[in-house]
Design a protein around this ligand. Structure first.
Ligand SMILES: [Fe+2]
Length: 270
């Protein structure tokens, strides 16, 4: 499915803990104004998918463009948040770009201003927190900036996820979904008990060959989780969906890799 150059990737997730079907639209790696020409097509496409809720996976901004004392660097993401919040419940996690602002002291006020703007819009911002929605629990994983160190695999473990959420395991009485920006967090999230992890971060790679993306900030040329749906090797019921994302930054190239809106269809397994 395409609208201009944006594509929709659709994934079905069946699980016995789900009480009812849910249509979730997941957006990741919007990366600010480079996406400006697609503003209207993106909104039209999202509306056509009739979401029960929107999930935003982080990296809505480009941290290198943040200018203290101005709102130019978050005007477009904030505008999109306001638009979506007027129509749908919106749950937002953080990516490495938002996380980086917290780690640079002169950018902390900018980070706080941005968070206020999206909360004022009506979004539920999940920073190592959770929210219940239609029988499922949605978590937002927000580790320290060191978990995103470039060209190194994440050291995040199951015990780190438990520590960040302040609970030993995922709830066993309901379906749990984690917004975890970096797909390398999947093993830790699945080990903690999350039924579904939603990630982005690699933008599908700079160039894409079929289902594989190549060249990114991942240490390998062909990252294991560049885009698609994956199962945990130990517990195949635990799944990961990785979005190829909407935008780009630094090297603004997406060869054979159109911007992606991800439709996640949750279905009770009866
Ligand atoms: Fe990222």
């Amino acid at each position: 499915m395409t609208t201009r150059r944006i594509i929709v990737r659709e994934y079905h997730v069946r699980n016995r803990r789900l009480e009812r079907p849910l249509r979730l639209v997941f957006l990741s790696d919007y990366h600010d104004a480079r996406f400006r020409p697609y503003d209207r097509p993106l909104k039209d496409l999202v509306n056509s998918l009739r979401p029960d809720a929107m999930l935003l996976g982080g990296d809505m901004i480009i941290s290198a463009r943040v200018r203290p004392g101005t709102d130019n660097w978050y005007r477009w993401p904030a505008s999109l948040f306001r638009y979506l919040c007027r129509r749908y419940p919106v749950f937002a996690g953080e990516g490495n770009h938002e996380t980086r602002l917290k780690a640079v002291s002169e950018l902390v006020p900018c980070y706080e201003e941005y968070c206020e703007a999206i909360k004022d819009a009506g979004a539920v911002l999940l920073r190592n927190e959770s929210a219940d929605f239609c029988g499922i629990r949605i978590f937002g994983l927000s580790p320290d900036v060191s978990a995103y160190r470039k060209f190194s695999m994440s050291r995040l473990g199951t015990e780190d996820v438990a520590g960040l959420f302040g609970q030993e395991k995922a709830p066993d009485d309901r379906f749990s979904l984690i917004l975890a920006h970096h797909p390398s967090f999947f093993k830790a999230c699945a080990g903690w008990g999350a039924d579904l992890t939603l990630s982005g971060h690699l933008h599908g790679g700079i160039v894409r060959f079929g289902s594989r993306g190549a060249v990114s900030s991942d240490p390998s040329i062909f990252p294991k989780y560049s885009g698609g749906i994956y199962r945990d090797r130990k517990d195949p019921e635990k799944q990961l969906i990785v979005s190829c994302g909407l935008g780009a930054h630094t090297i603004p190239l997406r060869i054979n890799n159109p911007p992606e809106v991800t439709l996640v269809l949750l279905e009770p397994d009866s």
